[in-house]
Design a protein around this ligand. Structure first.
Ligand SMILES: Cc1cc2nc3c(=O)[nH]c(=O)nc-3n(C[C@H](O)[C@H](O)[C@H](O)COP(=O)(O)OP(=O)(O)OC[C@H]3O[C@@H](n4cnc5c(N)ncnc54)[C@H](O)[C@@H]3O)c2cc1C
Ligand code: SF4
Length: 477
């Protein structure tokens, strides 16, 4: 159980990062590997609570006090086994999970929480370094064939789980490379792409087949897949971005969805050559990022690395408070003011403004904003009862990156063709992960709406587990 007084004896130490001035010179990861001793000391801070709320806070229910204790005692191989029992890809979550486990840690009531994410990453990277991570070879095949559509974290987790019980799994991915948003959304400075390749190589050795440039509903017929495979698992994400709404002139040049910009940079980092006419280049430009969240932060970090003249992030919401609202108690995720590593690299943040017009000729030159005032206290999602609080004004803008979130999965093509039922938000409607077509199952952002890597992994795992039981129940008949 770690050291009972560890959280008092030792201070929390955050992951060490390269200084902002240094890391913005490149696109590589900037968090530094931690020494074993340092990680052991951090694990010693875990007091092994009777009811571990960190475990409740973690969407895959990682056995956090258990692996902390193993690390504290230097039993890294046991820590690795414990970690892998709940999480298929700790090398992804250890890098990019926002770690909802940490604010749920009991120590955070009186002190800083245990650095769980850092410990998780250290365990899995030590396991790779020591050669403990081996493909799980399957001793037999069931003869059941499953097609997984989409190779994001939900699809990869589902494929791995279904393959492990002997089903024959083929993953179809419309992009030229695997990984979904891990590959083309999240920048290299948060997750270098060899990390995905390393895991995919293991899954191939385990027997999973991957097909890229395989756009189901476009160049691959879903009817052919339905005939060839016993089950189809849709893990296609939530790819339809929210747009600018009714703002006039929103079709000017220089206005892009965040994913257009981020995908390009990720492709360039892979060595792909982009034609200068299509390349969105922030160098020496005034960049405005509209909207927050991970996507907005990734646009900021990428623009800064490209050499933008200025980066401004604008949000309709007021800045969150430093302390939790009463309606947002521990151990819930704290809705408090936070600064991401990209924001800390140098960007202006403007809160409580509405965007009213796009200015310029053919190309955007300025973005018109108007200050607003929100009622005191917590603002609920979807609440819009603000008042206009000032005159309109312009900010310079050569590139506007729209990062207002995602509506739902793309319906045109596959989803419409299959006639799948949707919920009122446009996500694919499932009952225990099964869609309105009994041969077709679904998981990840496609059923939940845009969420997190760890929730997608969990969803893929849960869908696989439910489908496994369903297949068994069918064969028992
Ligand atoms: C820019 C950005 C940054 C983010 N950063 C973080 C972060 O730091 N931490 C975090 O936890 N979460 C982050 N998220 C959220 C996280 O990436 C997603 O919640 C997660 O990737 C969803 O996983 P998924 O497998 O459901 O879908 P996706 O990752 O979207 O994968 C879906 C895959 O399906 C493929 N596909 C779709 N349709 C078809 C078809 N018809 N045929 C074949 N293939 C198809 C797509 O090409 C894609 O590869 C971020 C999201 C974005 C957009
Ligand atoms: S997956 Fe995320 S929430 Fe779960 S233990 Fe790791 S960092 Fe915490």
């Amino acid at each position: 159980m770690g050291k009972p007084t560890g959280f008092i004896d030792y201070p929390r130490e955050d992951m060490q990062k390269a200084p902002a001035m240094e890391r913005v010179q490149h696109f590589n990861e900037f968090e530094k590997p931690q020494s074993e001793q340092r990680v052991k000391t951090q694990a010693a801070r875990c007091m092994g609570c009777g009811i571990p709320f960190c475990n409740w806070g973690c969407p895959v229910s990682n056995l956090i006090p258990e692996f902390n204790d193993f690390v504290y005692k230097g039993q890294w191989k046991n820590a690795y086994g414990t970690l892998m029992s709940t999480n298929n890809f700790p090398e992804f979550t250890g890098r990019v999970c926002p770690a909802p486990c940490e604010p749920a840690c009991t120590a955070s009531l009186v002190e800083k929480p245990i650095s769980i994410k850092q410990i998780e990453l250290s365990i899995i990277e030590k396991a790779f370094a020591e050669g403990w991570v081996k493909p799980n070879l399957v001793p037999y095949r069931t003869g059941i064939k499953v097609a997984v559509i989409g190779s994001g974290p939900a699809g990869l987790a589902a494929a791995q789980q279904l393959n492990l019980v002997g089903h024959s799994v083929t993953v179809f991915e419309k992009n030229d490379r695997l990984g979904g948003l891990l590959r083309y959304g999240i920048p290299d400075f948060k997750l270098e792409k060899w990390v995905i390749d390393r895991r995919v190589a293991l899954m191939e050795e385990e027997g999973v087949t991957f097909k890229t440039n395989a756009h189901v509903g476009e160049n691959i017929s879903i009817d052919d897949l339905k005939a060839e495979f016993d089950y189809i698992c849709l893990c296609c994400g939530s790819e339809k971005p929210r747009g600018l709404g009714n703002i006039p002139d929103a079709d000017k040049k220089g206005i892009y969805f965040a994913m257009e910009f981020l995908t390009q940079q990720n492709k360039e980092n892979h060595g792909d050559q982009l034609h200068p006419e299509v390349k969105i280049d922030a160098k020496d430009k005034h960049v405005v990022v509209l909207g927050g969240g991970d996507t907005g932060s990734d646009c900021i970090g990428t623009s800064i690395r490209q050499g933008a003249k200025s980066v401004t992030q604008i949000q309709i919401h007021k800045a969150l408070p430093e302390e939790r609202y009463e309606s947002n108690p521990w151990p819930m995720w704290p809705k408090t003011f936070a600064t991401s590593s990209s924001q800390a690299e140098g960007c202006e943040r403007i809160f409580s403004v509405v965007n009213t017009a796009v200015k310029g000729g053919d190309k955007i030159e300025a973005f018109e904003l108007q200050p607003i005032k929100w009622p005191d206290g917590e603002i609920k999602s979807g609440q819009r009862n603000y008042e206009i609080a000032g005159e309109k004004y312009d900010i310079p803008c050569d590139i506007l990156l729209i990062s207002l979130g995602f509506e739902h999965a793309i319906h045109e093509g596959l989803v419409d063709y299959l006639g799948l039922e949707k919920d009122k938000r446009g996500n694919i409607k499932v009952e225990n992960f099964r869609t309105s077509d009994p041969q077709i199952w679904a998981a990840g952002d496609m059923i939940e709406g845009a969420n997190l890597i760890v929730t997608a992994i969990n969803s893929g795992r849960q869908m696989a587990s439910t489908l496994k039981k369903y297949i068994k129940s069918q064969s028992d008949k």
